[in-house]
Design a binder for this molecule. Sequence first.
Ligand SMILES: [Fe+2]
Length: 253
Amino acid sequence: MKVNIITKRDFLDLAYKNTESFYEKINLPEVFVVKNFYNKDKILELRKKAHDLGTSSAPSWHPCLDGCPDYHRIHDNYPKAYVKALMHAYYKHGYYNENNELFDFFSEIFDLKNFLAGYPSGTFIKNIPSQYQIARVNIHNYPKGGGYQSEHIDPVSKFATIQTIVQASEYGKDFKTGGVYARKEKDSGKFYLDSYTEVGDLMVLSPGIYHGVEEIDVDHTLNWNSNDGRWMIMPIIINSDYDFPENIKPKNV
Ligand SMILES: [Fe+2]
């Protein structure tokens, strides 16, 4: 799988001004690693904030219905999960004003997703779940000692034609083996992406291809409280848990 290492300016130029050839590459599928999309220290600060929250408050789960609070959850091979995983996940919602700064910080990604969907900037950001689509910032921590997300395909929809993953770990230091991979076909070779990235880089790829997170540092003892392993931040627009016809969930493959 070809990885295009690209500057932020060139990437945004391509996506906004040459959208057709951008999609051609995404659909081949090729991957983009956009260098220094975000400031490294700022990303590490967000990671630390999440980690502090995770170690100082109880995990919980809430369906994505009106009133859904920000929360964090430990996914420990939960049998009913759409995609099986071992990870600590943190969810922040755009409809809470206390998150305005966070959503402003990630606005370039939300703006791009809206542009690609043909909507004006700011669409979805303040939506509540009963409006069917909401904006979320997901922070995932796959701990050393086997953190993973099983292989899956995400639904491709108007507002999710690309997946945008902000690297928040240092490959080789925070973890050494495993990590995010993608592949073209179910039985073609896995293509590992983390080694191309540094903290603050943005990975961009199609959601509709086989991808997952391979077990992180399996020879380590699992420790949910340690601030290492693989961290990533994903600003996303998702369907809420209300029932409506086009509400399609990711599926394990
Ligand atoms: Fe995914």
